[in-house]
Design a protein around this ligand. Structure first.
Ligand SMILES: [Zn+2]
Ligand SMILES: [Zn+2]
Length: 153
């Protein structure tokens, strides 16, 4: 599965005549394995400092500009990035207000249909045609709950 997504990434880069360098490859692979959006600092640590931080920032910019990555503006003002929905599939986010962790969640098709219906009725009055939606659910993650930390942000 990973290689199929990487092929799509390579095609998109290729059409912009941008090379899929080792640094970019490591970055995309780290995001493929991640369970939620990651900041440049997170990726730097997860890649064991193998890719310089400045190059991670540049790659995040390049890949976002091509629509391969999308920024996620979580709590704490720390920009996190993830692979776009056209690569990773539609999903939502659980955001811990205590530690700032952002987790991906995928909902069953039936639940998505209910949400589509709600989005439709919420936007119809405004004459707005919704094309997409994303849920951000705020609270306290399991780790923080277990350690008795409560929402601080
Ligand atoms: Zn937490
Ligand atoms: Zn996500």
């Amino acid at each position: 599965m990973a290689s199929q997504i990487e092929q799509q990434v390579m095609r998109r880069l290729g059409s912009a005549e941008i090379r899929y360098t080792k640094g970019r490859r490591l970055l995309v692979q780290a995001l493929l394995e991640a369970d939620g959006p990651r900041s440049a600092g997170d990726l730097y640590r997860e890649l064991k400092e193998e890719v310089p931080l400045s190059s991670i920032y540049r790659s995040l910019n390049t890949l976002s500009g091509l629509g391969i990555l999308v920024p996620h503006h979580g709590p704490g003002g720390n920009n996190r990035f993830e692979l776009s929905d056209w690569l990773m599939g539609h999903h939502h986010h659980l955001i811990c207000k205590s530690c700032g962790t952002v987790d991906d969640i995928r909902l069953p098709g039936q639940t998505e249909s209910i949400i589509e219906g709600l989005v439709g009725s919420a936007t119809a009055d405004k004459g707005f045609k919704a094309s997409d939606h994303s849920f951000e659910i705020y609270g306290t993650c399991g780790d923080c709950l277990a350690e008795g930390r409560n929402e601080g942000l």
